[in-house]
Design a protein around this ligand. Structure first.
Ligand code: IVH
Length: 669
């Protein structure tokens, strides 16, 4: 017994080391040496071992990148040194002024480090003894928000350093959301009726401020570092410090260059003004920094920005075009989005003819009229937007763009939900784009994953009356498909096979695929694990729904409204009859030492995340609920247990135990 204990602990240490190394190879060096599957298997092994050995918990374990569910409101942290911003320049002349000034102050010609100006949100990372101990936003430059829990989930942020690193180190850089991930995120948000982020920068900043780090873990974020702060090294140049930081495990952009003259600086700027459009993330300019650190010291700082650095901002590329008309698109959830259709115009490498206007407010702000000459801009951002109107060119009698009062597709009167900018078409069962949207959502990857049926095929099936709702998928036959253009025997059979195969998708996927407003993939997982099966969920009143992890008023109301409709219950019954999974699979228990006992977890724990603690309780047969009642046996209390919970537990005579007490209970029972 003793010897297996030792070897499991050794295995934990080995796996942590190994997975840190693989993370670095995959995310930082871009050259993985093991397959994703092997990586996942080892990660699962480590998770299981850590659950069995809670005494070995470590916030910097590779498993902690998945985040945890504590609702933290952010505490403020004072930066060791203020986080300054940069002076901006917009022309070659201003760049020359900067270069000439620093050279003249230094009394010689200087090397300048030219770097990309990443369009994200700045971050300060503090490492002590090679361990990430704090991550903070810029805030007002003096005090920022402690976002360590969310930053820990970003794969390109090393949790532990490698090589010969300084004992105390601050790294500054930028948290970015790559454009592809940003677009996918907005698609997912539109899918569940949440407002889109305006650009990747806002999406990155918003992600760092998520209350729940397991949601942050799902955001496609990355981190680029560009500034090393430590008293323990005598670097002569910025270049040396960046090269050392690479050895410690940080991602340093390969796209920086030490320039020796103004001509080289101009060439770098010109090169990236073109190449920026090929980068997977947005940049909005170039940063020029004096390379020699002693000269930096001499040049010093102003109150707002260093004298040794400046930003050159790319001009947002603009074009003029004529607004032909504004059309109104209806999405799956009924939200109506205005889209500007313009005469095609060349802008920053692509032809632009459409731009989303997002909502009525934007049309009003621009005071848009049909036939207007509009100014379209593509900044660092890929997505074009209308930023203004050339009012002088407006023709007399031009008609203002009006938002329709009825659905442009089905004619139903639009409604506006209190407190939201958007208008909705309420015709859930009779409005074609909503129905087709629900059908395509149902088959998506992440939902039922029926790859063989793409958007066009679904549209076709809908138009021919073969698909009216999502349950119709399961009565389709190969003969029916063959009667339509675009299907051959092979493709028809494959589609039917894929539909049959989708019946194996787990309950949480089914719940997501049904398409309840505000129920995205994560919320579906939470609901599935809290309610276990569809009948519990259908029966749950709003208050009970809200008691589940991460489920607030809006989601709870939306779920309730959905199941209150008889037609939806019938739909669920048809899906159930078709053989879809309507309950969670039973778990194999580690022991039944806690069976029959009800637990509430409160507060935060150093040794274990709340998610892992709940999983530990469940794996020993304990029942975990969210609020204390007469039926509760124990409150497992960590730091910062709420006073209301404490009072309630005392009043009801519920035992309050610590994490160590719990471990003893599991061991001795
Ligand atoms: S150096 C004291 N380098 O731009 C100046 N900043 O407008 C330290 N930024 O707050 C910053 N890319 O968030 C530096 N390669 C880069 C950068 C960069 C983006 C951001 C940074 C800063 C802002 C100033």
């Amino acid at each position: 017994m003793e010897s297996t204990q030792v070897s499991e602990k050794e295995r934990i240490i080995y796996l942590r080391e190994f997975l840190h190394e693989q993370n670095h190879k995959y995310y930082v060096l871009n050259s993985p040496v093991i397959s994703d599957m092997e990586f996942d298997q080892l990660m699962h092994e480590l998770q299981a071992l850590e659950a069995a050995h809670p005494e070995m918990a470590d916030v910097n374990s590779p498993t902690q990148r998945v985040g945890s569910d504590v609702n933290a409101s952010f505490s403020q942290v004072r930066h060791n040194r203020p986080m300054l911003s940069l002076g901006n320049t917009y022309s070659r002349q201003e760049v020359a002024d900067f270069y000439n000034r620093v050279c003249s102050d230094a009394g010689r010609s200087l090397d300048i480090s030219c770097e990309l100006k990443f369009d994200g949100t700045s971050i300060s990372l503090i490492y002590e003894d090679g361990q990430l101990v704090r991550a903070a936003t810029r805030g007002d430059g003096v005090v920022g928000d402690d976002v360590t829990r969310n930053v820990r989930t970003i794969p390109t942020v090393p949790l532990r350093l490698k090589g010969d690193y300084p004992q105390t180190l601050e790294m500054r850089g930028e948290i970015l959301m790559p454009i592809a991930g940003f677009e996918e995120l907005n698609k997912q948000r539109a899918d569940i009726g949440e407002p889109a982020f305006a650009n990747p920068r806002n999406a990155a900043a918003g992600s760092l401020k998520l209350q729940n780090s397991s949601l942050a873990a799902e955001r496609p974020l990355m981190c680029m570092l560009y500034y090393v702060l430590t008293d323990e090294r005598d670097f002569q140049t910025h270049y040396e410090s960046l090269e050392a930081a690479k050895e410690w495990g940080f991602v340093i952009s390969p796209n920086y260059k030490i320039c020796h003259s103004l001509e080289e600086i101009y060439a770098f700027i010109d090169e990236w003004d073109v190449k920026r459009h090929d980068l997977p993330y947005d940049i909005d300019g170039i940063v020029l920094k004096v390379n020699d650190l002693a000269v930096r010291e001499e040049l010093g700082l102003t109150a707002k920005s260093p004298r040794w650095a400046v930003a050159y901002k790319f001009k947002a590329e603009q074009a003029h075009s004529r607004l032909l008309e504004v059309t109104f698109q209806v999405g799956r959830t009924g939200v109506v989005t205005p889209v500007a259709n313009m005469e095609p115009v060349q802008l920053a490498g692509t032809v632009v003819k459409r731009a989303s206007l997002h909502n009525l407010g934007i049309i009003r702000d621009l005071d848009l009229h049909v036939d207007d000459t509009v100014v379209i801009e593509k900044g660092g951002e890929i997505i074009p937007k209308i930023v203004g109107v050339d009012v002088e060119k407006r023709i007399d009698g031009a008609r203002p763009v009006e938002f329709p009062s009825v659905c442009p597709v089905c004619g139903a009167t639009l409604v506006r939900i209190e407190g939201e900018a958007a208008y909705y078409c309420p015709n859930y069962n009779g409005c074609a784009p909503q129905i087709v949207g629900r059908l395509t959502h149902f088959v998506e990857r992440g939902a039922m994953d029926i790859e063989q049926l793409g958007d066009e095929k679904i549209e076709l099936l809908f138009r021919h009356g073969l698909l009216k709702d999502i349950a119709d998928f399961y009565t389709l036959t190969a003969e029916e498909l063959l009667s339509l253009p675009g299907f051959q025997l092979k493709s028809a059979n494959k589609a039917i096979e894929a539909i049959a195969e989708s019946k194996k998708q787990p309950f949480e996927r089914v719940l997501f695929a049904i398409g309840i407003r505000y129920v995205g993939a994560t919320v579906a997982k939470r609901l599935a694990s809290a309610f276990k099966n569809i009948d519990n969920l259908i029966a749950a009143p709003v208050e009970q729904l809200k008691a589940a992890q991460d489920i607030g008023e809006v989601i709870a109301q939306s779920v309730r409204t959905f199941f209150d409709k008889e037609e939806n219950i019938q739909l669920i019954n048809r899906l159930r009859d078709a053989g879809l999974q309507m309950s969670m699979k039973e778990q194999v228990l580690a022991s039944d030492s806690l069976s029959g006992k009800q637990f509430v977890v409160s507060g935060v724990f150093d040794a274990i995340s709340r998610d892992d603690l709940k999983a530990l309780l469940a794996s020993h047969g304990g029942k975990v609920v969210n609020s204390i009642s007469g039926k509760t046996d124990y409150v497992v209390a960590g730091a910062n247990m709420g006073p209301a919970k404490l009072e309630k537990a005392q009043k009801l005579g519920v035992s309050i135990i610590g994490y160590d007490d719990l471990l003893k209970m599991i061991e001795t029972e």
